[in-house]
Design a protein around this ligand. Structure first.
Ligand SMILES: *Cc1c(COP(=O)(O)O)cnc(C)c1O
Length: 348
């Protein structure tokens, strides 16, 4: 075995979906966000496991991602596209029955002209200023849009991972103002963070992503991913010698060093170097020097024997701890995990 293997626990994924589903009232439907190849874990396998568990609505960022989900799940699920109806997406949207979340007047016109009878949703901007129609734009097109029967109206929270942030209440108020009088059209405001903010944020459909995959802010999430990296070589580095590019680490004492087969080309970002750890059982092995393209060196002096592999993600270090060490967020760690890995699935 010369490449690392990414172990993905589909039972844990399903348990996380069920737990987030249980966090809202019975009348609220819990969808699943499977954009970016299911947060790097393989969209088809992830979506199939969630569909078997009962998920019926799936959200993706791009029409191409929607095509992969349709291919995996067949005709019986609804697939919503956050980027809406982009030029060039019309055939994909039509042929695969995707539901574009319309973000602007321009997209609305494109949709009505090219696919007048095809289902669509509306995305509103309630303050994040990223996607969606702003209040004035919505006020101008609202009646026309509602007359065509959107199947969903949604917005997205900017600060939902900070429960006490004033932005949450501000966006909730804006969303209600823009949608309270829109009749029976189902509404959706919350991703993982918003689900945890409580009932007022749930509306009809929730859209968890990161929590399904074991990441913060869903603290109770079961870990879904393990990453074990094979050791290629070990050596004794004498006091005063250095390790890796730029001689950025010099041994303060004789040090036993393991070189493992993973690097930034596998998505193990260089920022992990200075504070990062690999684990052998419960023993932490500090990363030494810079992360290279295909290799990382770690201090195994404290281990009784040279390990065959070291763990980067596992029981002793989850996605968020690793993200903290690298100064980033769990989302970036997960979606960076390289295509070079063999993915091995359990459960589901
Ligand atoms: C990514 C995304 C989600 C899922 O967010 P998580 O924080 O991963 O739960 C939901 N809605 C929109 C619009 C998104 O872009």
């Amino acid at each position: 075995m010369s490449t690392a293997s990414l172990k993905i626990d589909l039972d844990a994924l399903v348990a996380n979906w069920r737990a987030l589903d249980a966090a809202s009232e019975g009348g609220v439907e819990t969808a699943a966000v499977v954009k970016a190849n299911g947060y790097g874990l393989g969209a088809a396998r992830v979506a199939r496991a969630l569909a078997r568990a009962g998920a019926r609505k799936f959200f993706v960022a791009l029409a191409e991602e929607g095509a992969a989900i349709r291919d995996a799940l067949g005709p019986d699920v609804a697939i919503y596209v956050f980027s809406g109806h982009m030029a060039g997406d019309t055939d994909t949207i039509a042929d695969l029955g995707l539901i574009p979340m319309i973000n602007s007047l321009e997209q609305l016109l494109r949709h009505f002209e090219s696919l007048p009878d095809h289902p669509f949703g509306i995305q509103l901007d309630t303050g994040m200023n990223r996607l969606g129609m702003e209040p004035a734009e919505w006020a101008a097109v609202r009646d026309i849009a509602l007359a065509q029967g959107p199947v969903l109206i949604m917005s997205h929270l900017a600060c939902a991972d900070e429960p006490n942030h004033a932005m949450n209440a501000r966006q909730l108020r804006a969303f209600r103002q823009m949608t309270d009088d829109c009749g029976p059209v189902p509404r959706s405001l919350s991703a993982t963070g918003g689900i945890l903010l409580g009932r007022a944020f749930h509306f009809d459909i929730t859209r968890p992503g990161i929590g399904l995959y074991g990441g913060a802010p869903f603290e109770a999430a079961k870990p879904v991913v393990e990453l074990e990296v094979p050791v290629i070589q070990t050596r004794l580095v004498a006091k005063g010698e250095s390790v890796g590019y730029g001689n950025s680490w010099t041994a303060p004492a004789d040090t036993h060093v393991a070189t493992v087969a993973a690097g930034y080309a596998d998505g193990l970002i260089r920022a992990m170097g200075p504070k990062g750890m690999l684990f052998s059982g419960r023993s932490a092995c500090k990363i030494l020097g810079r992360v290279s393209m295909d290799l990382i060196c770690a201090d195994i002096t404290a281990l009784e024997e040279a390990p065959k592999s070291l763990s980067l993600l596992g029981p002793n270090q989850g996605v968020d701890q690793l993200a903290d060490a690298a100064g980033t967020i769990g989302y970036e760690i997960l979606t960076s995990l390289g295509l070079r890995y063999a993915r091995r699935y359990t459960g589901g």
